[in-house]
Design a protein around this ligand. Structure first.
Ligand code: SF4
Length: 379
């Protein structure tokens, strides 16, 4: 078996009680049957009967969260009582694995870390550039019927990552506009049953010349008006099924902001916000490289790859809008606050079906699943 993972994967360590937004609260925690049985067998050592803190429905087990949405095994210092009293080997697979995610494509297992974990974001903010690790072992692979598509999709993804990390002095929106075009061409190629990457590479070669990117950047920068971006943001933000009190407050502040500020004020403030956040330029590239690594392998339904890209653009857009309002209200965008916003928005996107449904509706109404939508969403 071959293993392709983002380079933070192997060294990641949970910061436990130092975490500013613990993953042991605010969402459902599923417990596998083996871990459940271990909790029954060791309930005396743990000091609490399994039935008291785990509910069972049709063979599926979940932790009964307390009135603050916290896992009952989380103590007042935000440490896990299972780890403290029994040891980490007693954790269920959800808690043992998080924030790691693995996907198997035949003889390749890919691994990444979810950005709903604030420590992942903090590490991405410190990294000049995301890299990847390729290793292997003797484990046999299971049969996989989509090897040709996997090879095509992973080559397209490598091109996109190269483009994002290409050292040309162009804006993020220009690079993402080009990425969207490459993915559109890849999806069309797949639809026409052409998955020969050699031929495809000729179609997209133009993007790997600094001059082309600079010209495109110039055109796009002249074409984007903050007035139309204001209208776009005003209508496309879905109402959030806010899970925590403080995140709810931040979202309410966005509504207030759009109710009280006109497009002209917005244009001035967004300019200052961009100057203030210029220091996150490398992080933005890392953020997108991470997402492309996770989202560009829609196998076997590769025709949905653009939909995934648009979701990521919408997620980024909502993060930036909340961050902009926080910046306007406080005169600064605190790094811890930024991490908090990003991790909560990732949690919404990962876990709220209703939120995704409403977002899809709004994006459709605004014809945002397009290159023009990408231009409006990235700032
Ligand atoms: S969110 Fe990340 S750092 Fe925080 S408790 Fe969970 S795994 Fe640890």
């Amino acid at each position: 078996m071959n293993y392709l993972t983002v380079d933070l994967y192997k060294d990641f360590e949970c910061v436990a009680d130092a975490c500013p937004n613990t993953c042991c609260a605010g969402w459902q925690i599923g417990i596998d049957p083996i871990a459940y049985q271990k909790m029954v067998d060791n309930q005396e050592r743990l000091g609490v009967p399994a039935k008291e803190w785990i509910s069972e429905n049709d063979g599926a087990y979940v932790a009964k969260l307390d009135e603050n949405g916290r896992c009952p095994m989380l103590d007042e210092k935000n440490l896990c009582k299972i780890v403290l009293k029994l040891g980490p080997e007693y954790l269920c697979t959800t808690c043992m694995g998080y924030p790691r995610t693995l996907r198997i494509f035949g003889n390749v297992t890919e691994g990444w870390l979810n950005m709903s974990c604030p420590e992942v974001i903090a590490r991405l903010m410190k990294k000049p550039q995301v890299k990847f690790d390729l290793t292997n072992d003797d484990r046999p692979a299971s049969p996989f019927p989509h090897t040709a598509l996997y090879l095509f999709a992973s080559s397209v993804r490598t091109c996109i990552v190269d483009l994002l990390q290409y050292p040309a002095d162009v804006s993020l929106v220009t690079k993402l506009f080009a990425c969207f075009d490459i993915l559109s061409k890849a999806a069309a190629s797949f639809k026409n049953k052409r998955t020969d990457f050699g031929l495809f590479q000729e179609e997209i070669g133009q993007y790997f010349h600094e001059e082309t990117l600079l010209t495109l950047d110039n055109c796009l920068m002249q074409g984007i008006s903050e007035g139309s971006r204001y209208q776009f943001l005003l209508h496309v933000q879905p109402s959030l099924d806010e899970r925590s009190g403080r995140f709810r407050e931040l979202v309410c502040q966005v509504r207030e902001y759009f109710a009280n500020n006109h497009a002209d004020t917005f244009a001035g403030q967004i300019r200052k916000f961009k100057e203030h956040t210029a220091k996150y330029r490398d992080f933005y590239i890392n953020y997108w490289v991470y997402h492309i690594f996770m989202d560009a392998m829609v196998i076997p339904d590769y025709d949905k790859v653009l939909e995934r890209f648009i979701y990521t653009a919408a997620e980024f857009c909502m993060i930036q809008t909340i961050a902009l309002v926080s910046f306007v209200n406080n005169g600064i965008l605190d790094k811890e606050e930024y991490i908090y916003i990003i991790s909560n928005m990732s949690r919404m996107m990962e876990h709220s079906h209703l939120f995704r449904k409403e977002l899809t509706k709004r994006l459709d109404n605004f014809h945002a699943a397009s290159a023009a939508g990408v231009l409006m969403m990235i700032f």
